[in-house]
Write a protein of this length. Structure first.
Length: 170
């Protein structure tokens, strides 16, 4: 298990979330309630050792954990700048921790460059923002725009959510 997945499991426990394993594939539910607020990860994704899949599973768990922590009747619909930024940080950290000798992923490499340049928040705001998000005060959009024009020519954003929000079995 990579360090980022270990860290994510510790976050889940610290947040008071229920972690389940076994054949039902449920990762957690909110307050033990099975009213449509469970996130499922396909078993084959949990056993896939490819660095890109492992990184996207970490992203998916990080994002869904944040959505669940925000709460509400339908956590799957929670979408915030903070949740997306936290999940992209987990994605980059997981990608960097993987043994990638035989693995390439242009998107994950580009996102790592964005993070190394200190523009991950700006990236999330520029490429992924939703109409209901409030802009954080500390974004340096002018600096990012200049950097982006040079470093991210022809860039295409990728999001691989591995798993799905669904109704848990009663």
């Amino acid at each position: 298990m990579t360090e980022s997945l270990k860290s994510l499991l510790l976050i889940l426990v610290a947040c008071g979330l229920v972690i389940a394993s076994g054949c039902d594939r449920r990762i957690y539910t909110k307050d033990g309630v099975t009213d449509g607020d469970a996130f499922f990860v396909p078993p084959d994704a949990l056993t896939d050792n490819s660095p890109d899949t492992r990184s996207w599973v970490a992203y998916s768990l990080g994002r869904s954990t944040c959505q669940l922590a925000v709460g509400g009747d339908n956590p799957a619909r929670n979408n915030s700048f903070d949740c997306e930024l936290k999940a992209r940080k987990i994605l980059v950290r997981s990608w960097l921790e993987q043994s990638r000798a035989e693995s390439e992923d242009a998107y994950l490499d580009a996102l790592t460059e964005v993070s190394n340049a200190g523009f991950l928040g700006e990236y999330v705001w520029f490429y992924l923002r939703r109409a209901d998000w409030t802009a954080p005060d500390d974004l340096q959009m002018e600096r990012f725009e200049a950097w982006r024009r040079e470093q991210l020519r022809g860039h295409k954003v990728t999001t691989r959510l591995i798993g799905s929000w669904n109704y848990a079995s009663p």
